[in-house]
Design a protein around this ligand. Sequence first.
Ligand code: BEZ
Length: 235
Amino acid sequence: METNNNINIMPRIGDKAPAFNAVTTQGNISFPQDFKGKWVILFSHPADFTPVCTTEFMTFGKMAGEFESLNCALVGLSIDGLFSHIAWLRTIKEKIEYNGMKNIEIKFPLIEDITMEVANLYGMIQPGESQTKAVRAVFFIDPEGIIRTIMYYPASVGRNFDEIKRTLIALQTTDKFGVATPADWRPGDDVIVPPAGSCGAAKERMDGNEAGLKCYDWFFCTKPIAAEEINTGNR
Ligand code: BEZ
């Protein structure tokens, strides 16, 4: 899918996060090595001084402490320069009151990417949507620097930050407990256990011999994990 101008390279789930150096509102960064040992949400927005992006930054700014409690750094990006970023973030802090949020200070780095180098590296430029602005991309990168989830939204649709947080908690839970999470899972809900290794094990499960295990069929069993065992970032 690579093209001459590199516009269509799309990193995939399971790939190593492409490395880059960048200037940000919090100084220079080397990505992803500066964030080793942490989860990172690397996200792009189409442009500074636009309304949907403003609501998104205010929401992320408000939730920043929750992501920190989840050992997750936030890193933003758009194809704007540093002075635009600084002026926009100052406007947000000093002037914008929206939906109960005000005086929101963005303390996480926002990458300047006028050359589109990083945006191209991460497939954030999707020419059918815009040749000059990034789409709303969200990359979840684990503490080993591996891309674990990717979300894309068009410019016209603001992201759901509860879903972004829920996805991060689900990824951390599946890693910690070796399970999977069902549709619409929330901390405290039952999780899905891996398929039993043998017919005997499957029968034992079906007969309900494992604590808390509930089987719907031989291939589909769940078990509880108490909400208190899961870091929800709300402590
Ligand atoms: C916005 O954030 O409001 C926006 C940005 C680019 C295109 C359309 C909307």
